[in-house]
Design a binder for this molecule. Sequence first.
Ligand SMILES: [Fe+2]
Ligand SMILES: [Fe+2]
Length: 276
Amino acid sequence: MLGDIVGACGRQSVAQLVPQIHEQYKPDVVLANAENTANGSGLTPDQYRKLCKAGIDGMTLGDHALRKREIFSILQDETNIIRPGNLPEGAPGKGWMAVQPQDENLPPVYVMIVLGNMFMGLNANDPFASVDRMMAQLPRTADDNAIILVEMHAETTSEKQAMGWHLNGKVSAVFGSHTHVPTADACLLPDAKQAKRKTAFISDLGMCGGHESVIGRRVEPVLTHLRTGVYMAFDVADRDPRINGIVIDIDEATGSATGIERFTMHADRNKPPFMA
Ligand SMILES: [Fe+2]
Ligand SMILES: [Fe+2]
């Protein structure tokens, strides 16, 4: 699972490094948050297709999910892309998906995403109740050993940790996104009472994009805005391209997480597709 893909630099870094992810970790499924793909905000249909082609099996979107109207039909029709499940009722798209690994013998990976409420500025519903509601909609239940991954797209670590505890023992993993800075707390949560499964957790995945930046945007305009109040175009950074994410090991027989590892990979701006 890769953190938020930010702009062209993020897209190119992902395209360059997905083969390395396969070589190094041999994942059954590769997922990414694509909410910042279109110049920092949203995702276009063309970018969606290119990310699929680059080897991203499933995509999540956060508070920027509905920036681009062109993506709405894809949100409705495609089965490998989701937006937060606690958006207001009328929002296009869906909050959970089933991603089938290429190996047909493996069970589907259920993925869902919800928005936190603190400092998010969106009219979202209660993320805890929304996750519970979506869990009840899954074709296979948590008691059924289903593999379930929950992304908590939120500003505060406290709200993300709280979601981890809420779902401890019920899902395979809870991971945070949105703040774009990876956290050093990847772990298997301590045993939930009588739970059949272990839950992997991390507060934030980090991002894929230019790291000489303020969370993926060029430093100068952000600093100018913060120091003067003048509104600036926050263009996307392109220096120090990296991808951040986690590798989760899950026992497919039980849905229990057996390991979680955070990783950072550095992209090379002098190699394709950066040159293109
Ligand atoms: Fe983001
Ligand atoms: Fe976000």
